[in-house]
Design a protein around this ligand. Sequence first.
Ligand SMILES: *Cc1c(COP(=O)(O)O)cnc(C)c1O
Length: 299
Amino acid sequence: METLNQQIVLPSSNISLCIKRDDLIHPFVSGNKFRKLKYNLFQAQQSNYDTLLTFGGAFSNHIAAVAAAGKIANFKTVGIIRGEELEAKVNENPTLKFAESCGMQLDFVSRETYRKKSETSFIQRLTQKWGDFYALPEGGTNDLAVRGCEEILRKEDAVFDYICCSVGTGGTISGLINSAGQHQKVLGFPALKGMFLREEICRFAQQNDWDLILDYHFGGYGKVNLELIQFINQFYKMQHIPLDPIYTGKMVFGVIDLIKKNYFPEGSKILMIHTGGLQGIEGMNLKLKKIKSPLIDYP
Ligand SMILES: *Cc1c(COP(=O)(O)O)cnc(C)c1O
């Protein structure tokens, strides 16, 4: 699947900045979640599973993607959702409501139980409850997911010096690192605080030149501030490209801030990966409305 590289207009700079619009792949199976599911769904089909089971939080792009992809590819889907209190609030949560509308069965568990999601005894209990399933980890990162993310970069992208992406669990950046050329540097912008990420990435990534930029998580996963919201709205107005506040908004903010701070050598060619996530904006806006914050503009 080939997507468009769109030029970003930068006032008075000799840096060339493009963004790869993987967000346009699908409204719900968007960006890197499509890449990460592709080979996993082939594998599940080949092994004759009829159910996909996965894990996620209240506004998870991964939950939305698995629900939509499962519906398209004819799998039953089960979502193990963090937070028992959410069960009563599905109708107020656009992500969970969407997942249910795709036929996903939601199983709400306490935060304590959720933490045990990789323990054998918990998986056994899930098997008793839901039958045999193909399990996708939270966030979808595994070897097959990384293989899918190795298809994001195309031959033509060899012209870029830097490849920049948002980082959650590290699967996407690992695929980019594995497929980048020797002359390219891959920069990851974690959307959360977490020093565990480097190790995670080293498990999947083979070599090459990469680094994490730790200064743009805006207080942690799912946290936003007014500056970020205003940036996303300004970016949409100027470039007509919507960004999500959890991942791509923070990464693009970071790249443009680094350009202003002359982090990149003159004449650098930078490619940002738009990993999607736009389905999460509606849920974020509901939260922002409650605290009377300005909302995120999107189509
Ligand atoms: C899940 C997600 C990420 C993080 O990807 P990882 O492979 O977990 O690092 C980045 N951007 C968006 C929009 C996402 O939904």
